[in-house]
Design a protein around this ligand. Structure first.
Ligand code: GLA
Ligand code: ZN
Length: 685
């Protein structure tokens, strides 16, 4: 089932904030947006102060005018609830809505995304507004989804949050004995005898600054506070969603998530949204593999279902350090198709018309300050809109088949970030990317999954830096390998349980039997210091951390060359049941990951969707209409790859009857479509 069966085209559009402009301009906007083939507008993202000018007064007149204007012009609407920034009067009258920051300072009114998630005021008025909006606009059949708040974020340490944290803990642990045990409070005399003694962990309590870095003294409380915050904010989302659902039960509800944002456990959030939506703001020069990984992660949150690209900039992202860096001609188009290649069924921008004032007046937009259809950016948006129009609904709902998966777990990420040792160079997302990139470069589809996803549908599962083993996950891994899968994990794995306590019995803890090793010590290497190892006849650097491993049934397939642990294994493979478990005891360079992943995929007979050529990224999506092979050339020179037979390029109309080399222009894109009836050799392109 598609997320919204009523949507018959790739959603193309984005944030439109006409309230920032006099009404004369609105008509002109309609004309220009139509000219650019825009079909969907995200409205009402930041209008709370206008919609509720005081405690008991609601005024939707301006929004009424905007809503009927865009309906009259045939636009679909993604209607936001406006609760991403509260009104000034509300903060003055009900200061509980203001957050307390990590330093313990009560915030004043200002900025946005500024409400305390445990404020009674916020929890009363945000869903009230959402419900009123749903009532008021329930008969607009052009609303295709609700957009709750905007880019939810965590981070409040006020007294209300502290009290709610204690309640959350009571629910989680039941007794103080259990909590003391889980947090290991015998350490540093932290035993709690009363729930009210438990502080919100911030710089006033469990955190300190050492050598310019913020650190916690107590991982248990720090981790639980992160989990609690994510849950608190999720409850706020859910309150708005419930209010909307009562009125418009058939309209999907979502919220826009943010890249690698670490304040919220998106895996937990995924169940609460009807469709995943996220905002893509790659830094200028960000490697395409990293952007691809983020897309795959968001696709993975809902078991591979297509997602919405809710925002991207058509040109510049002014809040970045070099935010004025222009997207080169063709790059916006390339990035748009990259999103679709990885599972997006929309291409949406922030924003439609460039703001006249405040902090986003230098941010990119479809309509620039000049106000005409002349700018390069407008023309590129229009050209892409024309192409997407031609695609119609053909590509919608297509899924991406992957036989390999990479694990990305928020609890584990948080635990590594909060860890006191062994090295400040540990970089969880960086190590995940090291493995991801190796698949990406070979054009091998890979899912990014959480610990809640069944492993059995994959042949290869990679779990980089699996420091924390949540209960039950070791068993899932054991079964996966015993049944014939290949499992890879790395240094700094199998150390702690889900409370961040270390069980006795040696690393990698509950994975010791399946990996067939014992990791005795770990050596942290400062920047510039390296060890080395040879793998399949080639020499690679060992960086960041070197585990000193003894085999217990595993075969060493690479050994360290230097230092007192020269000769000890750097990479091991263990036959376990019908499968293999591989331990990579250190961090290395892309060439090593490439070689390792190539070997593993060969052994498991996992093939690229097309043979790699230059910097052409290739992905496959499949729906009932057929197969879509996306070819994206990230280089500024032409490249050539083998096209499948019986394919048509949906963008140029060219037919390829026999398998042959086709060129992909510099920074260009092809979508080679093979209709369902014409697929002759399943499993091959
Ligand atoms: C975020 C927000 C938008 C806007 C853009 C600018 O994604 O959701 O409101 O501020 O950033 O890049
Ligand atoms: Zn708070």
């Amino acid at each position: 089932m598609r997320w919204n069966e009523r949507v018959k085209q790739v959603l193309y559009g984005g944030d439109y904030n006409p309230e920032q402009w006099p009404e004369e301009i609105w008509q002109e906007d309609m004309r220009l947006l139509k000219e650019a083939h825009i079909n969907t507008l995200t409205l009402n993202v930041f209008s709370w102060a206008a919609l509720q000018p005081s405690e008991d007064v609601y005024d939707f007149t301006r929004l009424d005018r905007v809503m009927s204007l865009v309906r009259d012009h045939g636009f679909k609407v993604c209607l936001a609830t406006s609760t991403g920034a509260h009104p000034a009067w509300m903060a003055k009258r009900h200061p509980d809505i203001l957050r307390v920051d990590f330093e313990g300072r009560k915030r004043k009114f200002g900025d946005r995304h500024n409400s305390c998630p445990n404020s009674r005021t916020y929890r009363k008025y945000a869903p009230l507004l959402a419900g009123k909006l749903a009532e008021h606009y329930r008969n607009y059949d052009n609303i295709i989804c609700w957009h709750v708040s905007n880019e939810f974020s965590s981070g409040c340490w006020c007294e209300n949050c502290e009290a709610a944290f204690r309640t959350w803990l009571q629910r989680k642990y039941g007794t103080l004995d259990a909590l003391n045990e889980a947090w290991d409070t015998a350490f540093w005399s932290h035993t709690f005898y009363d729930w009210d003694e438990i502080p919100a962990p911030n710089l006033l309590s469990e955190y300190y600054v050492y050598d310019g870095r913020v650190r916690t003294s107590f991982q248990g409380i720090a981790l639980d506070y992160r989990r609690f915050m994510s849950d608190s904010v999720l409850e706020c989302y859910q309150l708005e969603k419930d209010a909307i659902r009562q009125v418009t039960p058939d309209i999907p509800v979502t919220t826009n998530m943010m890249g690698l944002y670490d304040g919220l456990d998106y895996e937990k959030w995924a169940g609460a949204v009807d469709v995943i939506a996220w905002d893509n703001y790659p830094a200028p020069g960000e490697e395409p593999a990293k952007t691809a990984m983020k897309h795959d992660q968001f696709r993975g949150l809902k078991g591979g279902k297509p997602f919405l690209l809710m925002e991207q900039t058509p040109s510049v992202t002014n809040w970045q350090p070099y935010g004025g860096a222009l997207k080169r001609p063709g790059v916006m188009r390339l990035q748009s198709y990259q999103a679709m290649a990885h599972g997006a069924d929309s291409v949406m921008f922030f924003q439609m018309r460039r703001s006249a004032g405040a902090s986003e007046k230098l941010h990119g937009a479809v309509i620039d300050h000049v106000g005409t259809d002349q700018p390069r950016v407008f023309r590129e948006v229009k050209e892409l809109g024309r192409e997407l129009d031609r695609l119609g609904e053909l590509t919608l709902g297509a899924e991406s088949p992957a036989q390999a998966a990479i694990l990305f777990d928020w609890d584990n990420r948080w635990a590594i970030e909060e860890s006191a040792g062994p090295s400040v160079r540990l970089d969880y997302t960086g190590e995940v990317l090291n493995y991801y990139r190796a698949f990406y470069e070979r054009n091998i589809p890979v899912d990014v999954i959480g610990t809640g996803t069944a492993l059995s549908k994959y042949r290869v599962v990679i779990a980089p830096m699996l420091y924390m083993i949540k209960s039950g996950f070791d068993e899932a891994v054991r079964r996966f390998v015993a049944d014939g899968g290949t499992f890879v994990t790395t240094f700094f794995s199998g150390i702690a349980d889900e409370h961040d306590r270390i069980p006795v019995g040696g690393y990698p803890g509950p994975l010791r039997d399946v990996l067939g090793i014992w990791a005795e010590e770990s050596d942290a290497l400062p920047p510039g210091k390296k060890n080395h190892f040879q793998f399949e006849g080639k020499r690679y650097p060992a960086r960041i951390l070197c585990d000193l491993v003894h085999t217990e049934g595993a075969d060493p397939v690479a050994v360290y060359e230097d230092d007192f642990y020269a000769g000890m294994p750097a990479v091991t493979v263990h036959r376990f049941g019908l499968g293999y478990a591989c331990y990579v005891a250190t961090s290395s360079k892309p060439k090593f990951y490439r070689r390792l992943i190539r070997r593993i995929c060969q052994e498991q007979d996992i093939r690229p969707v097309v043979e790699p050529a230059g910097k052409v990224e290739a992905t496959l999506r499949i729906n009932a209409n057929g197969r879509f092979l996306y070819l994206l050339n990230h280089e500024e020179r032409e490249a050539a790859v083998y096209a499948p037979q019986d394919a048509v390029d949906l963008l140029t109309g060219e037919h390829f009857t026999a398998e042959r080399l086709v060129t992909v222009p510099a920074l260009g894109v092809r979508i080679l479509f093979t209709a369902a009836g014409e697929i002759t050799e399943p499993g091959r392109n």
